[in-house]
Structure formats: C-alpha cells, structure tokens
Design a binder for this molecule. Structure first.
Ligand code: NAD
Length: 481
C-alpha cells in the first residue's frame, strides 16, 4: 500500500516520528493508503524551510515566479486523468466531477494567479507640490494555508497559488481525510523545479499539524477554509498574535425560487445546487424556498428528478451521487435526517444509507434526500448538514422569504430564481451573503471577491484581493519641496 510523504524543503520525506494514519477509500469503506501522522517537529522543519526560502523568493522577479506557477498549471493539466482518479478515490466523488470541475479548477488557480501577479499594481497619491506617497505591497512572509476535504485540490491550490505568486512562502496542510491530491501536487512541484522551501506540505491531523502552524510565531498569516467551529478556534489563537487571518467557513445557503422563474432551467440547476458532490460543497443550496403558487408542482417534479439521480460507485460513468467522505460524516448527515423527523419533517425521498453492492457495499453512500414540513427556525434548517439533504418550504411573500433566508448564523452564498429584473436586484441587495447567484449557480469569474459574512467567515479570497491579503501595504511618503 502507498505511503504518502510530506513535502519539506523541496523533498518528499517521511514524518519524523515515522508514524502513519489510515487513509480510507470512502467508496469501499476500506483503508487504501497511509498518511503521515506528522507533529510539531515536522511543522517546525517546514516553517524553518519556508523561512529560509522567503528572502530569495520574495525578491524573485514576478515574471520568474509566474513561470513556476504556469509550469505547475501545465503539469496539473497534463496529469488530469491521474489526479482526477486520485481525487475520486480519496474523496468518494464521481470521477466525472473531479475531471470536469475539481482538477481543471486547480490548474486554473495556478494559471489565474500566475498571470494575475504580472498585472497587480499598487497606488501612488500625490500631495500636489508638497509630497508624493507611494504604497509598496510586500509579501507578508510565511503563509499558513489549511484546507478542507470537500474540494481537496481545488481549495488547496486556491490558497497556495496566490500566496506563492505574491512572494510568500507557504506551509500548507491539506485535510487528513483527503490527502492524496496534495501529495501528487508536491510531486509535480518537484518536477516543476519549484525552489526548495517555497511550498511545504505537512500531512496529518488538524489538532496537531494545523494547530502547530496556527500557533507558530514564525507564521504571520493564516488562510483557513473549513468548519465554523474550527475557524473560531483558529481565530482565538491567531488573533492575540495579530496574525493576518482569512477564514472561509460553513454555510446554510438559501435557494429562493419565485413563481416567475424560468422553470426548466431552475429545476435543472436546483438538482445540481442541491446534490453536486453529494451536497458537500459549501455553496450548495440546502434550504429551498419556493413561492406557494408553484410549490406543489415543484415538489412533485423535484422529487421525481431526484429519485432518478444514480447513486453509485464514483468511477462509474452513470453515477451522479458518489460516496460521502467518511463514516463519521455519513453518520452525522444521517443523524440530521433523524433530527428532521423528530422536528416534524416528512422525508419525501431518500433519507437512508444506500448500498450500491459488490465491492462497494461497505461504502458510505446516502440517498439524495428531500424533507418538507419544517419551520424555518428549527435546527435542521439552521445548522449546516453538508450532505445530500435539502429541505423545501413554500413561502407567500418576498419579505417573509428574505427573513427566513437571513435567519441563520451563516451568510456564505444564495441563489435567486426570477425573471423579474427589479425583484432580482432588490432581493440580491437584501440577502445577507457574500455571494448571490441570480438564475444560475456556481458560476464565477475568478477576479471576483469570494467569501462569506457572519459565521461564514471573515476576509475575502479571489481576484486581486488575494494578493492584497498575502502582501502588506507600506506607505512611503517623500517630501518634494
Ligand atoms: P474542518 O474545520 O474540520 O477541517 C478543515 C481543516 O482544518 C482540515 O485540514 C483540518 O485538519 C484542519 N483543522 C482541524 N482542527 C484544527 C485546529 N485545531 N487547528 C488548525 N487546523 C485544524 O472542516 P472540514 O470538515 O474539513 O470541511 C468541511 C467544512 O468546511 C464545512 O463546514 C464547509 O462549509 C466548510 N467549507 C467552507 C468553504 C468556504 O469557502 N467558505 C469551502 C469549503 C468548505
């Protein structure tokens, strides 16, 4: 069986302790490789390597840095099949999704930031004939990048690429639940000849490796994507040390469907926004509010279409719903179905573990699930489930649905379906969320700021805002008279 390695100071190395953790293939429920159970010693080595690399990397001309990023993008594209297969096995997601979304997007992240850095500019401010102010944007130093399991390589590279493009060096920790594509990325970085220490990847548990990165006085910046509870813990350590902090956290996103929508487009996209990646995308719309006049039709069609989604082994072409990421996660998601029943909800379809048979009979599959009959303020409708489980609710008025939509502690993303332009803009303005999709979902220009409000996080990734985050502005004022 394969033993994954850490990537420290340009080399693929074993953890100092020589201890490993099981890495499980969720589609089979079986251990298929081992991941370093790294600890503070490995993190210290990685931070030392990143610190040593920083002075040279931070003044490496940006066109040279850019070339490394573009080379890595190119290698990801060349290895698309291998990476997609690895991600599908590691994560349980349909291979098709990994091939068409996750891995191309990882390449796009390197490409986007590798070219973007060539166009990133700072300001000058003239005080007429008294003085000139100019702002230097200098890389912050060693960046700590910590990412989750749901879109493993996509989200990992979304942090790493802007950090190294901006001139930071990086100590990164992928999720211990899905380490394989980060490991393959480290092999590609070796192949690309990335200077040693610029990127260091330490595998292992959040409480050990993640915590050591966040606690280190030699890591002045943390970019974290994951759960809200973990984010709060990280903030409690990082804030008193005055670290720069970006937190991309959980969501409980509303999907608001008005009666005047383009019904067929709405239905096709709502199936995706509800169940893509087994509902394990922080941007999935898990609370579906439907205007009462079309509610019964919507319910009938949505249930009918959902029942047709094939739950199956990730590598099968016809599979639309693969395995959820782990046994504990499957149990958590199913516990919410039980909670929904206790809260008075009716399960319209799904609601159970699915057995896809054969060698996959021990895999962690859940039938796509639709629940109705719950009030907006019950726990099922307030807490993040992060699985293939959605609730549907009829609404009467715009004010009412806005109040429901805004009632959770979260504010990451939202979707609005209407053909009424005025209403669309009005509702978009009044939703408390970092992202509003009108008549679409998951469409994004990488130049736009990405992130949430309230307990969905602080700070923005994406676009040039990422370069603002990974650099520190320094104002220089020169008297000219
Ligand atoms: P998680 O918070 O459990 O783990 C995320 C990462 O943090 C992992 O690498 C983990 O090992 C690490 N970690 C855990 N404890 C830590 C600690 N004490 N110190 C430092 N690091 C620690 O989240 P998850 O279960 O991997 O991911 C699912 C969550 O991520 C969901 O809540 C989802 O909404 C959220 N998410 C948010 C976005 C976004 O952009 N807002 C994107 C994807 C996922």
């Amino acid at each position: 069986m394969q033993y994954i390695k850490n990537y420290i100071n340009g080399e693929l190395v074993e953890p100092v302790s020589k201890k490993y953790l099981d890495n499980v293939d969720p589609s089979r429920g079986k251990v298929y490789s081992y991941i370093p159970d790294s600890d503070e010693q490995d993190v210290e080595l990685a931070i030392a390597a990143a610190n040593a690399a920083f002075p040279a990397w931070s003044i490496t001309p940006k066109d040279v840095r850019s070339k490394y990023l573009l080379k890595i993008a190119d290698l990801i594209e060349k290895n698309l099949d291998k990476l997609a297969l690895a991600e599908s096995i590691d994560n349980g997601k349909p291979l098709k999704l990994a091939k068409t979304v996750d891995i191309p997007r990882a390449a796009a992240n390197f490409h986007f930031y590798g070219t973007g850095i060539l166009h990133y500019a700072a300001y000058t401010h003239s005080m007429e004939d008294t003085a000139i102010n100019y702002t230097l944007r200098q890389p912050v130093g060693v960046a700590g990048c910590i990412s989750p399991w749901n879109l493993p390589l996509y989200l990992f590279t979304w942090k790493i690429a802007p950090a190294i493009a901006a001139g930071c060096t990086v100590v990164a920790k992928p999720s211990e639940v899905t380490p394989m594509t980060a490991y393959l990325l480290s092999e590609l970085c070796v192949e690309a000849g990335l200077p040693k220490g610029v990127l260091n990847i330490v595998h292992g548990l959040g409480g050990k490796v993640g915590n050591a990165i966040v606690s280190s006085k030699n890591v002045p910046l943390i970019s974290f994507t994951g759960g809200t509870k973990t984010g709060a813990h990280i903030a409690s350590i990082a804030a008193p040390m005055f670290k720069k902090l970006s937190l991309e956290l959980g969501g409980k996103n509303p999907n608001i469907i008005f009666a005047d929508c383009d019904y067929d487009k709405m239905m096709a996209t709502t199936l995706h926004s509800s169940f893509s990646n087994q509902g394990q995308i922080c941007l999935c719309g898990s609370r579906i509010f439907v205007e009462r006049s079309i509610y019964e039709k919507f319910k009938k069609d949505f249930v009918e279409q959902t029942k047709k989604l094939v739950v199956g082994a990730p590598l099968e072409e016809k599979t639309r719903i693969g395995a959820v990421v782990s046994q504990p996660h499957m149990e958590k998601v199913l516990s919410y179905v039980e909670l929904a029943k206790q809260e008075g909800g009716t399960v319209l379809c799904g609601g159970k573990r699915a057995n896809v048979g054969g060698e996959f009979s021990e895999g962690y599959y859940i039938e796509p699930t639709i629940i109705e009959g719950l009030p907006y303020n019950c726990r099922t409708n307030q807490e993040e489930i992060f699985g293939p489980v959605v609730t549907i609710m009829p609404f009467n008025k715009e004010e009412e649905v806005l109040m429901w939509a805004n009632s959770t502690i979260y504010g990451l993303a939202s979707t609005v379906w209407t053909q009424d332009l005025t209403k669309a803009h009005r509702v978009a303005q009044n939703i408390h969320a970092g992202i509003v999709w009108i008549n679409c979902w998951l469409l994004r220009d990488l130049r736009t700021p990405f992130g949430g409000v309230k307990s969905s996080g602080v700070g923005r990734e994406g676009g040039f805002e990422a370069f603002d985050f990974f650099t520190e502005p320094k104002n220089v004022c020169i008297k000219i008279n």
